[in-house]
Design a protein around this ligand. Sequence first.
Ligand SMILES: *[C@@H]1O[C@H](CO)[C@@H](O)[C@H](O)[C@H]1NC(C)=O
Ligand SMILES: *[C@@H]1O[C@H](CO)[C@@H](O)[C@H](O)[C@H]1NC(C)=O
Ligand SMILES: *[C@@H]1O[C@H](CO)[C@@H](O)[C@H](O)[C@H]1NC(C)=O
Ligand SMILES: *[C@@H]1O[C@H](CO)[C@@H](O)[C@H](O)[C@H]1NC(C)=O
Ligand SMILES: *[C@@H]1O[C@H](CO)[C@@H](O)[C@H](O)[C@H]1NC(C)=O
Ligand SMILES: *[C@@H]1O[C@H](CO)[C@@H](O)[C@H](O)[C@H]1NC(C)=O
Ligand SMILES: *[C@@H]1O[C@H](CO)[C@@H](O)[C@H](O)[C@H]1NC(C)=O
Ligand SMILES: *[C@@H]1O[C@H](CO)[C@@H](O)[C@H](O)[C@H]1NC(C)=O
Ligand SMILES: *[C@@H]1O[C@H](CO)[C@@H](O)[C@H](O)[C@H]1NC(C)=O
Ligand SMILES: *[C@@H]1O[C@H](CO)[C@@H](O)[C@H](O)[C@H]1NC(C)=O
Ligand SMILES: *[C@@H]1O[C@H](CO)[C@@H](O)[C@H](O)[C@H]1NC(C)=O
Ligand SMILES: *[C@@H]1O[C@H](CO)[C@@H](O)[C@H](O)[C@H]1NC(C)=O
Length: 389
Amino acid sequence: MRKNHHVIHLLICSIVLAPVLYYSVFQQIKANRTAIRSFLSILLYKQGSAIEKNVTQDTKNLTFLNNTSIQKESIEFNPFPDGSFSISINFTKPDPTIYNSLPICNFSTSNKNLSFYKIPVIYRLYPFSTIERHHSADLHFGGHWFRKTCQAKQRLAMIVPYRNRESHLKLFLDAMHPFLRKQQLDYTIFVINQHGHEPFNRGSLFNVGYIEAMKFYSFDCFIFHDVDLFPEDLRNIYKCGDRPRHLAVAMDKNQYRLFHSMYFGGATAFCIPDLLDCNGHPTIYWGWGGEDNDMIYRVVKKLNKTIVRYPDEIARYKMVRTFNHTAAKPNPDRWKILASNYNYSLDGLNTMNYTLHNILFYKLFTLINVTLPQEPREQILKRLNIKIR
Ligand SMILES: *[C@@H]1O[C@H](CO)[C@@H](O)[C@H](O)[C@H]1NC(C)=O
Ligand SMILES: *[C@@H]1O[C@H](CO)[C@@H](O)[C@H](O)[C@H]1NC(C)=O
Ligand SMILES: *[C@@H]1O[C@H](CO)[C@@H](O)[C@H](O)[C@H]1NC(C)=O
Ligand SMILES: *[C@@H]1O[C@H](CO)[C@@H](O)[C@H](O)[C@H]1NC(C)=O
Ligand SMILES: *[C@@H]1O[C@H](CO)[C@@H](O)[C@H](O)[C@H]1NC(C)=O
Ligand SMILES: *[C@@H]1O[C@H](CO)[C@@H](O)[C@H](O)[C@H]1NC(C)=O
Ligand SMILES: *[C@@H]1O[C@H](CO)[C@@H](O)[C@H](O)[C@H]1NC(C)=O
Ligand SMILES: *[C@@H]1O[C@H](CO)[C@@H](O)[C@H](O)[C@H]1NC(C)=O
Ligand SMILES: *[C@@H]1O[C@H](CO)[C@@H](O)[C@H](O)[C@H]1NC(C)=O
Ligand SMILES: *[C@@H]1O[C@H](CO)[C@@H](O)[C@H](O)[C@H]1NC(C)=O
Ligand SMILES: *[C@@H]1O[C@H](CO)[C@@H](O)[C@H](O)[C@H]1NC(C)=O
Ligand SMILES: *[C@@H]1O[C@H](CO)[C@@H](O)[C@H](O)[C@H]1NC(C)=O
Protein backbone atom coordinates (compact mmCIF):
# COMPACT_ATOMS: atom_id res chain seq x y z
CA MET A 1 0.00 0.00 0.00
CA ARG A 2 2.72 2.40 1.11
CA LYS A 3 4.81 1.55 -1.91
CA ASN A 4 1.93 2.24 -4.24
CA HIS A 5 1.44 5.53 -2.54
CA HIS A 6 5.01 6.50 -3.16
CA VAL A 7 4.86 5.46 -6.77
CA ILE A 8 1.72 7.47 -7.27
CA HIS A 9 3.23 10.52 -5.61
CA LEU A 10 6.36 10.19 -7.65
CA LEU A 11 4.32 9.96 -10.77
CA ILE A 12 2.26 12.98 -9.95
CA CYS A 13 5.19 14.92 -8.63
CA SER A 14 7.57 14.48 -11.48
CA ILE A 15 6.55 12.66 -14.61
CA VAL A 16 2.90 13.09 -15.33
CA LEU A 17 3.27 16.55 -16.82
CA ALA A 18 3.80 15.49 -20.40
CA PRO A 19 0.11 15.48 -21.41
CA VAL A 20 -0.44 19.02 -20.22
CA LEU A 21 2.18 20.69 -22.29
CA TYR A 22 0.11 23.34 -23.81
CA TYR A 23 -1.42 25.22 -21.01
CA SER A 24 -2.66 28.72 -21.24
CA VAL A 25 -4.58 30.69 -18.72
CA PHE A 26 -5.56 34.15 -19.57
CA GLN A 27 -6.29 36.29 -16.58
CA GLN A 28 -8.15 39.51 -17.00
CA ILE A 29 -8.39 41.58 -13.89
CA LYS A 30 -10.12 44.42 -15.58
CA ALA A 31 -12.28 43.45 -18.53
CA ASN A 32 -10.63 43.97 -21.88
CA ARG A 33 -7.63 45.80 -20.55
CA THR A 34 -4.22 44.45 -21.29
CA ALA A 35 -2.18 47.57 -20.91
CA ILE A 36 1.45 47.09 -20.09
CA ARG A 37 2.89 50.08 -18.37
CA SER A 38 6.38 50.89 -17.40
CA PHE A 39 7.66 53.73 -15.35
CA LEU A 40 10.85 55.61 -14.97
CA SER A 41 13.04 54.55 -12.13
CA ILE A 42 12.37 55.72 -8.67
CA LEU A 43 14.93 55.06 -6.02
CA LEU A 44 13.14 54.81 -2.79
CA TYR A 45 15.98 54.59 -0.37
CA LYS A 46 18.54 57.24 0.14
CA GLN A 47 21.93 56.29 1.33
CA GLY A 48 21.87 55.63 5.03
CA SER A 49 18.18 56.19 5.54
CA ALA A 50 17.23 52.54 5.51
CA ILE A 51 20.09 51.21 7.55
CA GLU A 52 19.78 50.13 11.13
CA LYS A 53 21.56 52.09 13.82
CA ASN A 54 23.29 48.89 14.79
CA VAL A 55 25.25 48.49 11.59
CA THR A 56 25.74 44.85 10.79
CA GLN A 57 28.54 43.47 8.69
CA ASP A 58 26.14 43.12 5.82
CA THR A 59 25.63 46.83 5.42
CA LYS A 60 29.22 47.34 4.43
CA ASN A 61 28.59 45.47 1.22
CA LEU A 62 25.38 47.22 0.45
CA THR A 63 25.32 49.80 -2.24
CA PHE A 64 22.46 52.21 -2.43
CA LEU A 65 22.09 53.82 -5.81
CA ASN A 66 21.17 57.45 -6.20
CA ASN A 67 17.82 58.73 -7.32
CA THR A 68 17.57 59.29 -10.99
CA SER A 69 14.10 60.67 -11.28
CA ILE A 70 10.79 60.53 -9.56
CA GLN A 71 7.68 60.05 -11.53
CA LYS A 72 4.38 60.34 -9.77
CA GLU A 73 1.96 58.01 -11.44
CA SER A 74 -1.47 57.91 -10.02
CA ILE A 75 -2.02 54.22 -10.10
CA GLU A 76 -3.13 53.93 -6.54
CA PHE A 77 -2.83 50.23 -6.28
CA ASN A 78 0.67 50.05 -7.67
CA PRO A 79 3.03 49.93 -4.69
CA PHE A 80 6.23 49.53 -6.75
CA PRO A 81 6.05 52.30 -9.34
CA ASP A 82 9.52 51.67 -10.73
CA GLY A 83 8.58 48.18 -11.79
CA SER A 84 6.82 47.50 -15.05
CA PHE A 85 3.69 45.45 -14.87
CA SER A 86 0.85 44.03 -16.82
CA ILE A 87 -2.65 43.60 -15.56
CA SER A 88 -3.03 40.36 -17.41
CA ILE A 89 -0.74 37.49 -18.27
CA ASN A 90 -0.58 34.40 -20.26
CA PHE A 91 1.24 31.22 -19.36
CA THR A 92 1.41 29.98 -22.92
CA LYS A 93 4.10 27.40 -23.61
CA PRO A 94 5.54 26.67 -27.04
CA ASP A 95 3.37 24.63 -29.35
CA PRO A 96 3.00 21.14 -27.83
CA THR A 97 4.47 19.35 -30.81
CA ILE A 98 7.54 21.53 -30.60
CA TYR A 99 7.77 21.39 -26.82
CA ASN A 100 7.33 17.63 -26.87
CA SER A 101 10.27 17.17 -29.15
CA LEU A 102 12.64 19.13 -26.91
CA PRO A 103 15.11 17.28 -24.69
CA ILE A 104 14.45 17.17 -20.96
CA CYS A 105 16.26 19.95 -19.09
CA ASN A 106 19.30 18.39 -17.52
CA PHE A 107 20.98 20.67 -15.04
CA SER A 108 23.69 18.51 -13.57
CA THR A 109 25.28 18.56 -10.13
CA SER A 110 28.11 16.24 -11.04
CA ASN A 111 30.78 18.84 -11.65
CA LYS A 112 33.75 17.99 -9.43
CA ASN A 113 34.79 21.62 -9.31
CA LEU A 114 32.57 22.76 -6.45
CA SER A 115 33.32 26.44 -6.88
CA PHE A 116 31.23 26.15 -10.01
CA TYR A 117 28.18 25.91 -7.72
CA LYS A 118 29.04 28.62 -5.23
CA ILE A 119 26.87 31.71 -5.37
CA PRO A 120 28.11 34.91 -3.78
CA VAL A 121 25.38 36.96 -2.16
CA ILE A 122 25.58 40.42 -3.66
CA TYR A 123 24.30 43.23 -1.50
CA ARG A 124 23.59 45.79 -4.14
CA LEU A 125 20.23 47.41 -4.13
CA TYR A 126 18.88 48.44 -7.52
CA PRO A 127 15.53 49.87 -8.56
CA PHE A 128 13.09 47.36 -10.00
CA SER A 129 13.62 48.72 -13.49
CA THR A 130 17.31 47.85 -13.30
CA ILE A 131 16.64 44.42 -11.84
CA GLU A 132 14.26 43.83 -14.72
CA ARG A 133 17.03 44.62 -17.16
CA HIS A 134 19.35 42.18 -15.39
CA HIS A 135 16.93 39.31 -15.97
CA SER A 136 14.87 40.37 -18.95
CA ALA A 137 15.90 37.50 -21.25
CA ASP A 138 12.89 35.26 -21.83
CA LEU A 139 11.20 36.56 -18.69
CA HIS A 140 7.43 36.71 -18.90
CA PHE A 141 5.26 39.08 -16.91
CA GLY A 142 4.34 37.71 -13.54
CA GLY A 143 7.90 36.54 -12.89
CA HIS A 144 7.46 33.45 -15.04
CA TRP A 145 10.39 31.90 -16.83
CA PHE A 146 11.12 28.62 -18.56
CA ARG A 147 13.88 27.54 -20.88
CA LYS A 148 12.79 27.54 -24.47
CA THR A 149 15.20 24.83 -25.58
CA CYS A 150 14.31 22.05 -23.15
CA GLN A 151 11.36 20.67 -21.20
CA ALA A 152 11.31 21.26 -17.47
CA LYS A 153 9.96 18.33 -15.49
CA GLN A 154 8.05 20.37 -12.93
CA ARG A 155 6.28 23.66 -12.83
CA LEU A 156 7.45 25.50 -9.76
CA ALA A 157 5.53 28.18 -7.88
CA MET A 158 7.61 30.06 -5.36
CA ILE A 159 5.45 31.62 -2.65
CA VAL A 160 7.00 34.53 -0.75
CA PRO A 161 5.02 36.04 2.15
CA TYR A 162 5.54 39.76 2.34
CA ARG A 163 4.84 42.94 4.26
CA ASN A 164 6.67 46.17 3.76
CA ARG A 165 10.17 44.85 3.03
CA GLU A 166 10.88 46.35 -0.33
CA SER A 167 14.66 46.37 0.02
CA HIS A 168 14.71 42.68 0.87
CA LEU A 169 12.43 41.97 -2.04
CA LYS A 170 14.72 43.72 -4.49
CA LEU A 171 17.78 41.83 -3.34
CA PHE A 172 15.78 38.61 -3.33
CA LEU A 173 14.51 38.96 -6.88
CA ASP A 174 17.90 39.96 -8.19
CA ALA A 175 19.38 36.79 -6.67
CA MET A 176 16.55 34.32 -7.16
CA HIS A 177 15.95 34.76 -10.88
CA PRO A 178 19.46 33.76 -11.96
CA PHE A 179 19.53 30.98 -9.37
CA LEU A 180 16.36 29.31 -10.65
CA ARG A 181 17.33 29.83 -14.27
CA LYS A 182 20.67 28.18 -13.90
CA GLN A 183 18.77 25.16 -12.62
CA GLN A 184 16.69 25.31 -15.83
CA LEU A 185 13.39 25.32 -13.98
CA ASP A 186 9.97 26.44 -15.15
CA TYR A 187 9.25 28.82 -12.31
CA THR A 188 7.01 31.69 -11.26
CA ILE A 189 7.59 33.93 -8.25
CA PHE A 190 4.53 34.99 -6.24
CA VAL A 191 4.77 37.66 -3.57
CA ILE A 192 1.84 37.55 -1.18
CA ASN A 193 1.36 40.89 0.52
CA GLN A 194 -0.53 41.07 3.79
CA HIS A 195 -2.29 44.41 3.81
CA GLY A 196 -3.84 45.88 6.95
CA HIS A 197 -2.94 46.06 10.60
CA GLU A 198 -3.64 42.50 11.63
CA PRO A 199 -0.62 40.61 12.94
CA PHE A 200 1.44 38.89 10.28
CA ASN A 201 0.18 35.41 9.44
CA ARG A 202 2.81 33.53 7.44
CA GLY A 203 0.86 30.26 7.25
CA SER A 204 -2.26 31.91 5.85
CA LEU A 205 -0.22 33.83 3.27
CA PHE A 206 1.23 30.53 2.07
CA ASN A 207 -2.30 29.18 1.69
CA VAL A 208 -3.38 32.24 -0.26
CA GLY A 209 -0.36 31.73 -2.50
CA TYR A 210 -1.33 28.16 -3.21
CA ILE A 211 -5.00 28.92 -3.86
CA GLU A 212 -4.37 31.91 -6.10
CA ALA A 213 -1.38 30.48 -7.98
CA MET A 214 -3.30 27.36 -8.96
CA LYS A 215 -5.82 29.58 -10.74
CA PHE A 216 -3.14 30.62 -13.24
CA TYR A 217 -1.12 27.58 -14.10
CA SER A 218 -1.04 23.89 -13.31
CA PHE A 219 1.89 23.99 -10.93
CA ASP A 220 3.35 20.75 -9.63
CA CYS A 221 5.69 22.01 -6.98
CA PHE A 222 5.39 24.71 -4.33
CA ILE A 223 8.32 26.29 -2.58
CA PHE A 224 7.47 28.42 0.44
CA HIS A 225 10.27 30.89 0.91
CA ASP A 226 11.16 33.77 3.20
CA VAL A 227 12.20 36.95 1.43
CA ASP A 228 15.39 37.38 3.43
CA LEU A 229 16.97 34.00 2.62
CA PHE A 230 19.57 33.64 -0.11
CA PRO A 231 20.76 30.21 -1.26
CA GLU A 232 24.51 29.92 -1.62
CA ASP A 233 24.92 26.69 -3.56
CA LEU A 234 23.43 25.84 -6.94
CA ARG A 235 23.25 22.14 -6.11
CA ASN A 236 20.34 23.03 -3.82
CA ILE A 237 17.84 22.31 -6.56
CA TYR A 238 14.44 23.91 -6.16
CA LYS A 239 12.31 20.94 -7.06
CA CYS A 240 9.84 18.73 -5.25
CA GLY A 241 10.20 15.06 -4.51
CA ASP A 242 8.00 12.39 -3.01
CA ARG A 243 8.46 13.80 0.48
CA PRO A 244 8.38 17.39 1.75
CA ARG A 245 11.83 18.94 1.88
CA HIS A 246 13.26 21.42 4.31
CA LEU A 247 15.51 23.69 2.29
CA ALA A 248 16.92 26.18 4.78
CA VAL A 249 19.06 23.72 6.70
CA ALA A 250 22.29 25.62 7.26
CA MET A 251 22.02 29.37 7.76
CA ASP A 252 24.81 31.81 8.38
CA LYS A 253 22.99 33.22 11.40
CA ASN A 254 23.36 29.84 13.10
CA GLN A 255 26.94 29.15 11.98
CA TYR A 256 25.59 26.98 9.14
CA ARG A 257 24.14 24.36 11.42
CA LEU A 258 20.58 23.15 11.73
CA PHE A 259 18.82 24.73 14.73
CA HIS A 260 17.32 21.41 15.79
CA SER A 261 15.98 18.31 14.10
CA MET A 262 12.37 19.55 14.13
CA TYR A 263 13.22 22.94 12.66
CA PHE A 264 11.19 23.43 9.47
CA GLY A 265 11.38 27.17 8.88
CA GLY A 266 12.77 29.51 6.25
CA ALA A 267 12.11 27.59 3.06
CA THR A 268 10.31 24.33 2.31
CA ALA A 269 9.21 22.38 -0.78
CA PHE A 270 5.98 20.42 -1.19
CA CYS A 271 4.53 18.62 -4.14
CA ILE A 272 0.81 19.18 -4.43
CA PRO A 273 -0.51 15.84 -3.13
CA ASP A 274 1.58 16.24 0.02
CA LEU A 275 0.48 19.81 0.50
CA LEU A 276 -3.17 18.87 0.15
CA ASP A 277 -2.81 15.92 2.50
CA CYS A 278 -1.42 18.32 5.11
CA ASN A 279 -4.45 20.58 4.53
CA GLY A 280 -1.93 23.27 3.64
CA HIS A 281 -0.46 25.47 6.33
CA PRO A 282 -2.15 26.39 9.62
CA THR A 283 -4.06 29.69 9.72
CA ILE A 284 -4.14 30.12 13.50
CA TYR A 285 -0.69 31.55 14.25
CA TRP A 286 -0.98 35.34 14.31
CA GLY A 287 2.35 37.05 14.86
CA TRP A 288 5.74 35.46 14.87
CA GLY A 289 6.35 31.75 15.21
CA GLY A 290 4.50 28.48 15.47
CA GLU A 291 3.37 27.89 11.91
CA ASP A 292 6.62 26.20 10.83
CA ASN A 293 6.59 23.83 13.79
CA ASP A 294 2.94 23.11 13.16
CA MET A 295 3.76 22.25 9.57
CA ILE A 296 6.28 19.58 10.49
CA TYR A 297 3.70 18.12 12.88
CA ARG A 298 1.28 17.98 9.98
CA VAL A 299 3.83 16.18 7.85
CA VAL A 300 4.62 13.65 10.55
CA LYS A 301 1.20 13.15 12.10
CA LYS A 302 -1.25 13.82 9.29
CA LEU A 303 0.71 12.99 6.17
CA ASN A 304 2.59 10.20 7.94
CA LYS A 305 5.85 11.03 6.20
CA THR A 306 9.28 12.18 7.22
CA ILE A 307 10.95 15.20 5.66
CA VAL A 308 14.14 15.24 3.65
CA ARG A 309 17.04 17.65 3.87
CA TYR A 310 20.02 18.14 1.61
CA PRO A 311 23.42 18.09 3.32
CA ASP A 312 24.59 21.20 5.18
CA GLU A 313 27.21 22.07 2.57
CA ILE A 314 24.53 22.26 -0.12
CA ALA A 315 21.50 23.61 1.77
CA ARG A 316 23.37 26.77 2.76
CA TYR A 317 21.74 30.17 3.08
CA LYS A 318 22.59 33.70 4.01
CA MET A 319 19.95 35.60 5.90
CA VAL A 320 19.90 39.31 5.15
CA ARG A 321 19.21 41.31 8.27
CA THR A 322 20.35 44.64 7.00
CA PHE A 323 17.28 46.81 7.01
CA ASN A 324 15.46 48.30 9.95
CA HIS A 325 12.83 45.67 9.79
CA THR A 326 11.06 45.05 13.06
CA ALA A 327 10.13 41.44 13.56
CA ALA A 328 6.52 40.58 14.26
CA LYS A 329 5.56 40.04 17.89
CA PRO A 330 5.92 36.43 19.00
CA ASN A 331 2.63 34.66 19.43
CA PRO A 332 2.43 33.78 23.14
CA ASP A 333 0.03 30.87 22.59
CA ARG A 334 2.09 29.08 20.01
CA TRP A 335 3.59 26.34 22.19
CA LYS A 336 0.26 25.52 23.77
CA ILE A 337 -1.53 25.33 20.44
CA LEU A 338 1.25 23.13 19.09
CA ALA A 339 1.09 20.82 22.06
CA SER A 340 -2.69 20.52 21.89
CA ASN A 341 -2.53 18.04 19.03
CA TYR A 342 -5.63 19.60 17.48
CA ASN A 343 -7.25 18.01 14.45
CA TYR A 344 -5.38 19.35 11.40
CA SER A 345 -8.35 18.64 9.15
CA LEU A 346 -10.19 21.45 10.92
CA ASP A 347 -7.73 24.19 10.01
CA GLY A 348 -5.74 25.02 6.91
CA LEU A 349 -6.51 25.34 3.22
CA ASN A 350 -10.13 24.38 3.83
CA THR A 351 -10.74 27.20 6.33
CA MET A 352 -9.05 30.12 4.57
CA ASN A 353 -10.76 33.48 4.88
CA TYR A 354 -9.26 36.41 3.03
CA THR A 355 -10.08 39.48 1.03
CA LEU A 356 -8.26 39.67 -2.28
CA HIS A 357 -7.56 43.32 -3.14
CA ASN A 358 -5.62 43.04 -6.34
CA ILE A 359 -3.19 41.02 -8.38
CA LEU A 360 -0.47 42.73 -10.34
CA PHE A 361 1.76 40.95 -12.78
CA TYR A 362 5.07 42.73 -12.45
CA LYS A 363 7.85 41.74 -14.76
CA LEU A 364 9.76 40.13 -11.91
CA PHE A 365 6.95 38.60 -9.85
CA THR A 366 3.23 38.32 -9.36
CA LEU A 367 1.94 40.42 -6.48
CA ILE A 368 -1.09 39.13 -4.68
CA ASN A 369 -2.45 41.60 -2.16
CA VAL A 370 -4.81 40.41 0.56
CA THR A 371 -6.24 41.28 3.94
CA LEU A 372 -6.53 38.46 6.44
CA PRO A 373 -9.34 39.05 8.92
CA GLN A 374 -8.05 38.05 12.32
CA GLU A 375 -9.96 35.23 13.88
CA PRO A 376 -10.42 35.97 17.59
CA ARG A 377 -8.27 33.86 19.90
CA GLU A 378 -11.30 32.54 21.76
CA GLN A 379 -12.87 31.40 18.52
CA ILE A 380 -9.71 29.61 17.42
CA LEU A 381 -9.51 27.74 20.70
CA LYS A 382 -13.17 26.86 20.60
CA ARG A 383 -13.22 25.90 16.94
CA LEU A 384 -10.30 23.54 17.35
CA ASN A 385 -11.25 22.39 20.81
CA ILE A 386 -7.95 23.56 22.29
CA LYS A 387 -7.82 23.96 26.04
CA ILE A 388 -5.31 26.47 27.37
CA ARG A 389 -5.15 26.97 31.09
C1 LIG B 1 13.13 52.54 8.77
O1 LIG B 1 12.48 53.11 9.89
C2 LIG B 1 11.98 54.42 9.63
C3 LIG B 1 11.44 54.97 10.93
O2 LIG B 1 10.80 53.98 11.67
C4 LIG B 1 10.93 54.35 8.53
O3 LIG B 1 10.44 55.63 8.24
C5 LIG B 1 11.56 53.77 7.28
O4 LIG B 1 10.59 53.60 6.27
C6 LIG B 1 12.18 52.41 7.58
N1 LIG B 1 12.91 51.92 6.43
C7 LIG B 1 12.71 50.68 5.94
C8 LIG B 1 13.55 50.28 4.80
O5 LIG B 1 11.90 49.91 6.41
C1 LIG C 1 23.96 45.07 17.96
O1 LIG C 1 23.82 43.75 17.44
C2 LIG C 1 24.46 42.77 18.21
C3 LIG C 1 24.34 41.44 17.50
O2 LIG C 1 23.08 41.26 16.92
C4 LIG C 1 23.83 42.75 19.61
O3 LIG C 1 24.49 41.79 20.41
C5 LIG C 1 23.98 44.13 20.24
O4 LIG C 1 23.32 44.15 21.49
C6 LIG C 1 23.37 45.19 19.35
N1 LIG C 1 23.66 46.50 19.88
C7 LIG C 1 22.73 47.45 20.02
C8 LIG C 1 23.17 48.76 20.54
O5 LIG C 1 21.57 47.25 19.67
C1 LIG D 1 31.78 41.88 1.87
O1 LIG D 1 32.66 41.95 0.76
C2 LIG D 1 33.97 41.55 1.06
C3 LIG D 1 34.84 41.77 -0.16
O2 LIG D 1 34.07 41.91 -1.33
C4 LIG D 1 33.95 40.07 1.48
O3 LIG D 1 35.25 39.64 1.82
C5 LIG D 1 33.04 39.92 2.69
O4 LIG D 1 32.91 38.55 3.04
C6 LIG D 1 31.66 40.46 2.39
N1 LIG D 1 30.85 40.44 3.60
C7 LIG D 1 29.71 39.82 3.67
C8 LIG D 1 28.99 39.91 4.96
O5 LIG D 1 29.24 39.20 2.73
C1 LIG E 1 25.56 59.30 -5.60
O1 LIG E 1 25.61 60.71 -5.49
C2 LIG E 1 26.76 61.18 -4.84
C3 LIG E 1 26.62 62.69 -4.65
O2 LIG E 1 25.89 63.24 -5.69
C4 LIG E 1 27.99 60.79 -5.67
O3 LIG E 1 29.17 61.23 -5.02
C5 LIG E 1 28.03 59.28 -5.81
O4 LIG E 1 29.10 58.88 -6.63
C6 LIG E 1 26.75 58.76 -6.40
N1 LIG E 1 26.72 57.29 -6.36
C7 LIG E 1 26.33 56.57 -7.40
C8 LIG E 1 26.37 55.08 -7.20
O5 LIG E 1 25.96 57.05 -8.43
C1 LIG F 1 16.37 61.81 -4.13
O1 LIG F 1 15.04 62.26 -4.34
C2 LIG F 1 14.57 63.11 -3.35
C3 LIG F 1 13.13 63.42 -3.63
O2 LIG F 1 12.96 63.96 -4.90
C4 LIG F 1 15.45 64.36 -3.28
O3 LIG F 1 15.00 65.19 -2.24
C5 LIG F 1 16.88 63.95 -3.02
O4 LIG F 1 17.71 65.08 -3.07
C6 LIG F 1 17.34 62.96 -4.06
N1 LIG F 1 18.67 62.47 -3.73
C7 LIG F 1 19.65 62.40 -4.61
C8 LIG F 1 20.93 61.87 -4.11
O5 LIG F 1 19.51 62.74 -5.75
C1 LIG G 1 -0.38 34.31 -25.16
O1 LIG G 1 0.97 34.31 -25.60
C2 LIG G 1 1.14 33.74 -26.88
C3 LIG G 1 2.63 33.64 -27.16
O2 LIG G 1 3.33 34.73 -26.65
C4 LIG G 1 0.39 34.59 -27.89
O3 LIG G 1 0.53 34.00 -29.16
C5 LIG G 1 -1.08 34.61 -27.51
O4 LIG G 1 -1.78 35.45 -28.39
C6 LIG G 1 -1.25 35.11 -26.11
N1 LIG G 1 -2.63 34.97 -25.72
C7 LIG G 1 -3.29 35.94 -25.13
C8 LIG G 1 -4.70 35.65 -24.80
O5 LIG G 1 -2.75 37.00 -24.83
C1 LIG H 1 22.35 18.08 -21.36
O1 LIG H 1 23.70 17.96 -20.91
C2 LIG H 1 24.65 17.84 -21.96
C3 LIG H 1 26.02 17.61 -21.33
O2 LIG H 1 26.18 18.39 -20.20
C4 LIG H 1 24.62 19.06 -22.85
O3 LIG H 1 25.53 18.93 -23.92
C5 LIG H 1 23.21 19.24 -23.40
O4 LIG H 1 23.13 20.42 -24.16
C6 LIG H 1 22.22 19.29 -22.28
N1 LIG H 1 20.89 19.35 -22.79
C7 LIG H 1 20.07 20.32 -22.45
C8 LIG H 1 18.72 20.24 -23.03
O5 LIG H 1 20.39 21.23 -21.73
C1 LIG I 1 36.22 25.95 -11.08
O1 LIG I 1 35.09 26.74 -11.37
C2 LIG I 1 35.33 28.13 -11.21
C3 LIG I 1 34.01 28.85 -11.38
O2 LIG I 1 33.30 28.37 -12.48
C4 LIG I 1 36.37 28.57 -12.23
O3 LIG I 1 36.60 29.94 -12.08
C5 LIG I 1 37.65 27.79 -11.98
O4 LIG I 1 38.61 28.11 -12.97
C6 LIG I 1 37.38 26.29 -12.01
N1 LIG I 1 38.57 25.59 -11.59
C7 LIG I 1 39.05 24.54 -12.26
C8 LIG I 1 40.25 23.88 -11.70
O5 LIG I 1 38.53 24.15 -13.30
C1 LIG J 1 2.57 5.40 8.39
O1 LIG J 1 3.63 4.98 7.53
C2 LIG J 1 4.22 3.79 7.93
C3 LIG J 1 5.40 3.47 7.03
O2 LIG J 1 5.61 4.46 6.09
C4 LIG J 1 3.22 2.66 7.91
O3 LIG J 1 3.82 1.48 8.37
C5 LIG J 1 2.06 3.03 8.82
O4 LIG J 1 1.06 2.06 8.74
C6 LIG J 1 1.48 4.38 8.44
N1 LIG J 1 0.48 4.78 9.42
C7 LIG J 1 -0.72 5.19 9.08
C8 LIG J 1 -1.62 5.57 10.18
O5 LIG J 1 -1.07 5.27 7.92
C1 LIG K 1 -10.80 15.45 12.32
O1 LIG K 1 -11.78 16.20 11.63
C2 LIG K 1 -12.28 15.55 10.47
C3 LIG K 1 -13.17 16.54 9.75
O2 LIG K 1 -14.16 17.02 10.57
C4 LIG K 1 -12.99 14.30 10.88
O3 LIG K 1 -13.48 13.63 9.74
C5 LIG K 1 -12.02 13.38 11.62
O4 LIG K 1 -12.68 12.24 12.10
C6 LIG K 1 -11.39 14.11 12.77
N1 LIG K 1 -10.32 13.28 13.32
C7 LIG K 1 -10.22 13.01 14.58
C8 LIG K 1 -9.09 12.16 15.00
O5 LIG K 1 -11.02 13.43 15.39
C1 LIG L 1 -14.53 32.68 7.96
O1 LIG L 1 -15.51 33.67 7.73
C2 LIG L 1 -16.82 33.23 8.07
C3 LIG L 1 -17.78 34.30 7.66
O2 LIG L 1 -17.32 35.55 8.07
C4 LIG L 1 -16.87 32.92 9.56
O3 LIG L 1 -18.14 32.43 9.87
C5 LIG L 1 -15.85 31.86 9.89
O4 LIG L 1 -15.78 31.64 11.27
C6 LIG L 1 -14.47 32.27 9.41
N1 LIG L 1 -13.57 31.16 9.59
C7 LIG L 1 -12.35 31.30 10.07
C8 LIG L 1 -11.54 30.05 10.16
O5 LIG L 1 -11.92 32.37 10.43
C1 LIG M 1 -3.23 46.35 -1.10
O1 LIG M 1 -4.56 46.76 -1.25
C2 LIG M 1 -4.87 47.88 -0.47
C3 LIG M 1 -6.37 48.11 -0.57
O2 LIG M 1 -6.74 48.25 -1.91
C4 LIG M 1 -4.07 49.06 -0.97
O3 LIG M 1 -4.37 50.21 -0.20
C5 LIG M 1 -2.59 48.73 -0.84
O4 LIG M 1 -1.80 49.75 -1.39
C6 LIG M 1 -2.28 47.44 -1.55
N1 LIG M 1 -0.92 47.06 -1.24
C7 LIG M 1 -0.10 46.49 -2.11
C8 LIG M 1 1.28 46.16 -1.65
O5 LIG M 1 -0.45 46.24 -3.24
